[in-house]
Design a protein around this ligand. Sequence first.
Ligand code: FAD
Ligand code: UDP
Length: 386
Amino acid sequence: MDTHFDCLVIGSGYAGSVAAREMAERGGRRVLVLERRGHVGGNAYDCLDEHGILIHKYGPHIFHTSERRVFDYLSRFTGWRDYQHRVVANVHGRFLPVPFNLTSLHMAFPKEKAARLEDKLLSAYSANARVTILSLRENTDPELREVADYVYENVFVHYTMKQWGQTPEEIDPATTARVPVLLSRDDRYFQDPYQGMPLEGYTPLFQRMLDHPRITVELGVDARERMALEDGVIRLDGEPFAGPVIYTGEVDELFSFRFGHLPYRTLDFDFETLEVDRFQPTATVNYTVSEDYTRITEYKQLTGQVVPGRTTIMKEYSRAYTGSPGEIPYYAVISPENNALYGRYRDLAGGFSNLHLLGRLAEYKYYNMDAIALRALTLCDGILEQ
Ligand code: FAD
Ligand code: UDP
């Protein structure tokens, strides 16, 4: 085994795996990837459950992008199953398309009123407009305000309270803007031109990406046991390491929580296998007005796997991350105050000229898979141009 490395990557999710491949293949570097879990893929990891059903262990992942570069890059490591994600909200037993769109409008209001509201919406905004719930609520027309209040009450406020412990006004506006009111009858969750599920699942995609003669992956290794950061110098196994170090874990943890803990939300997943072919109308159903969980995902509908007679579903419960062993920080809680705390850690990292922070955790951002893959590609563009 090669024991001399000239690039160190911590973490093997999208950020770490794309960066490792780029540094090895395009940059000709010998790359060591340290991953503390027993598998690659980070939160996109999937595997068969004990009933033979392909599940996403850390929550449902649907690939979608408008970035041709990312789609072409990942397509080197996987084929795709055509899949367009559709979500409905369970509103007192009725299934309303989410994002709330013109079809939802006609389900929510009586026929003539809905037709009038549709006309009003289309003249106030425009066909196919994506209107955030917060901006719709600022509309002064009393009838449009009524639509806004309906959507706020039946789609956003309770779900957001469950997911974040805060109201839509209290959280980062970019978060609810991810799911706008859509002035069209397009009932897909995403409108990106490239969408799909990796043909054999996410884990094989990562395995292929990391399968390169200049990449060594060590699983079950917490980088903090091998790495030390002091006086602008990064040490690996006690020796100064001068090559690029691409770190994709939590930045507060990297610096031993010197300035305190960055807040995150964690999730508890409740998996259940039922003896039916199909459980619910769409792969994901959001519970926007009732229940303690936010949503239920039925995996066979996502992956297209054919298994007659049984199906695995998963409920998601969100709560504050406490840092206890085994808990995973899934979502950065983005706010001006938390961003300022993050900034202090980023400044500390800036004292190490070969350290690069990359990913949802290390950058304390709400990246989708495609966005972090693109960030990894452009970070490596920059490193390799130097
Ligand atoms: P991660 O996937 O978190 O990978 C970081 C890796 O670093 C982990 O494997 C971790 O074990 C490792 N690590 C951390 N610290 C250390 C250390 N000290 N030593 C060694 N290893 C370490 N995006 C979409 O595009 N579509 C979706 O449908 C979608 N659904 C999602 C659903 C949920 C519930 C969640 C939480 C996220 C979802 N995402 C989705 C976002 C997606 O998960 C992220 O964009 C992606 O995982 C980010 O990759 P990453 O490499 O930055 O982080
Ligand atoms: N959201 C909501 N109701 C829904 C769907 C989304 O209130 O039915 C809000 C909620 O605040 C959520 C945010 O919109 O956190 C972003 O939703 P998205 O589905 O993009 O979150 P993801 O699960 O992908 O992180």
